[in-house]
Design a binder for this molecule. Structure first.
Ligand code: SAM
Length: 269
């Protein structure tokens, strides 16, 4: 078993808060993340290899692991900690700059994402992979509040983020991970979140723009939000009526499926 902390010390590694570097070293937790993400026998993409602790847990189960890490000072560490594996490819690119088409081209086969995400780019990363035509699922550690919002079915937590994710994937909060389970310890607790892409669902700019419009002002009715975005009042009223809703309904009352049906009726997604 590799002693990741000793290897980091040996290479005089300095943690960079700006890169969201909160590492995990607990073997049981790491294996639970790899297993929950469905790594067994699969091609897996990891964002942020860090010292390679989660990478090792995934590589033991996966057929192939493609791991991205942008901090070059970690490369000598990873060379040592991942030395025993011949199924790991390390990429130094920033996936958010590459774009999903290039990422998919690099991987070249269906894959699952498993990651302890750098928190400063959680949302863009989630949406990046929701747009992928090859990504089957995303299992990642995110801030607890973000996971709760993603999974909310209705109520005050349900908003554009919940609707956008649920429009193309089925989210599941697997477990809470306390802040003390990371090093260095972040300010907030995290949650292990799994998103399974819905067969045939395609995420588009139009869908995202429509869902954002539905939640423009959360205190206003859905009708008000739609008309403020230029949608004809009568068309919105007819569509709501057709779906069995009153004119004063709020966006969160429709849920992700209802909002998508509304968007389709209005020709917006
Ligand atoms: N996987 C390791 C673990 O669980 O201990 C490290 C996780 S740490 C939360 C996030 C990692 O993502 C850091 O190593 C950081 O350098 C890396 N990172 C930050 N921004 C990145 C980006 N745009 N692309 C790839 N990796 C990034």
């Amino acid at each position: 078993m590799v002693d990741f902390e000793s290897v980091l010390i040996k290479h005089k590694f300095k943690y960079k808060k700006a890169l969201g570097q909160n590492f995990i070293f607990d073997g049981e937790l790491l294996d639970e993340i790899a297993a929950s993400g469905g790594a067994d026998g699969e091609c897996v993409v990891e964002i942020g290899a860090g010292a390679g602790s989660l990478s090792c847990a995934i590589a033991r189960r996966a057929r192939r692991l493609c791991s991205f890490e942008i901090d070059e000072t970690l490369f000598p560490v990873l060379e040592e900690t991942l030395a025993e594996f011949d199924n790991v490819q390390l990429f130094s690119n920033d996936v958010t700059e590459l774009g999903i088409e290039t990422v998919d081209m690099l991987i070249g086969e269906p894959y699952r994402v498993i990651a302890n995400l750098p928190y400063y780019i959680t949302t863009p990363l989630l949406f990046l992979f929701l747009r992928s035509s090859l990504c089957k699922s995303v299992t990642c550690l995110v801030q607890k509040e973000v996971a709760e919002r993603v999974c909310a079915a209705d109520g005050s937590d349900f908003g554009a983020l919940s609707a956008s994710v649920q429009a193309v994937a089925e989210p599941k909060l697997i477990r809470i991970v306390k802040s003390w389970e990371f090093y260095p310890q972040p300010d907030v607790d995290s949650a292990l979140l799994r998103l399974d892409k819905t067969d045939g669902a395609v995420y588009s700019d139009e869908l995202y723009a429509f869902l954002k419009l539905c939640f423009t002002a959360k205190r206003k009715t859905l009708m008000n939000n739609l008309t403020s975005g230029g949608i004809d009042k009568q068309a919105a009223a007819d569509a709501l009526k057709q779906l069995g809703h009153a004119e004063n309904v709020r966006a969160e009352q429709l849920g992700a499926r209802g909002l998508m049906e509304l968007g389709a009726l209005l020709g917006k997604c």
